[in-house]
Design a protein around this ligand. Structure first.
Ligand code: SAM
Length: 251
């Protein structure tokens, strides 16, 4: 796929890669476009929710359409009826998850910023999904603690996508709010490769590295991480699963 610079998007020696605001190469964006056009059914409701992300406190921080579709598929593969999301933004990923759980399912999504929560609610109402989603305002750690104290029914899937320095706390909360067999997805764990810098003083990188260590040290969890490239540059996600009682690793 040639771009306007006459090459396929890969940097040639001595040449800076042509970057957009996310540092993604033209070829990565073109491949994302191709797969989204071919495979991802993003209807008007989803497109409007994604566009409305521009009016939030973190414009453009929502997952991409193909990542949203992956979240929906993971929820369906896990047979999830109850989903907890940390970090709502405009509710774009929330819509994918709420559609995946079906009419009888439930999504609880935790959001710090009132502006974002209000935009998300509008998007969920437009999507006809407001009756199966609770948008809980406030710091996610506190909201999650209240859910634990209230003895909330366990969730089948947790999507962690809020402030990255708090990832270890969010994993802890996820473990208290789920049962064996539950799936936990953590977004933005590669950060342009910065995740491998053990001496990083970036609190987001430290949050990711700590949560990786916590997962690695938890015999209850099977996990992997996948790095991705695309319209949002170079990043990736962790998928972990609480081992079912009596099952061996990988089962
Ligand atoms: N999951 C969304 C999607 O893909 O459409 C994107 C979420 S965005 C990456 C992160 C969100 O987490 C922002 O809306 C931000 O306001 C929220 N956030 C940041 N710190 C938070 C906190 N301490 N508690 C709850 N939400 C927080």
């Amino acid at each position: 796929m040639a771009d306007s610079t006459g090459h396929d998007g890969a940097p040639t020696p001595g040449q800076d890669p042509p970057a957009n605001r996310y540092g993604s190469l033209p070829a990565w964006r073109a491949v994302d476009d191709y797969f989204v056009r071919s495979l991802v059914a993003e209807d008007e409701v989803l497109a409007a929710a994604r566009e409305s992300g521009r009016s939030t406190t973190m414009p453009g921080a929502e997952v991409t359409p193909n990542q949203g579709a992956l979240l929906g598929l993971i929820a369906q593969l896990a047979g999830a009826r109850r989903v907890l999301e940390l970090g709502t933004l405009a509710g774009y990923s929330t819509i994918w998850l709420a559609r995946a759980v079906g009419e009888t399912g439930r999504v609880v999504t935790l959001e710090l910023e009132e502006t974002n929560a209000a935009i998300a609610l509008t998007n969920l109402e437009r999507a006809g999904l407001a009756d199966r989603v609770d948008v809980v305002r406030g710091p996610a750690a506190e909201s999650a603690r209240r859910l634990v104290e209230a003895g909330t029914e366990p969730f089948d899937l947790v999507f962690i996508d809020a402030d990255k320095p708090s990832n270890p706390r969010y994993l802890e909360a996820a473990l208290r709010l789920t049962s064996p067999g539950a799936v936990i997805v953590i977004d933005n764990v590669v950060r342009d490769g910065a995740v491998i810098d053990a001496d990083s003083d970036d609190p987001r990188v430290r949050g990711v590295r700590q949560v990786v260590e916590d997962i690695a040290g938890n015999p209850e969890l099977d996990a992997t991480a996948v790095q991705t490239v695309g319209v949002k540059g170079w990043d990736g996600f962790i998928v972990a699963r609480r081992r079912s009682a009596g099952s061996a690793s990988g089962a």
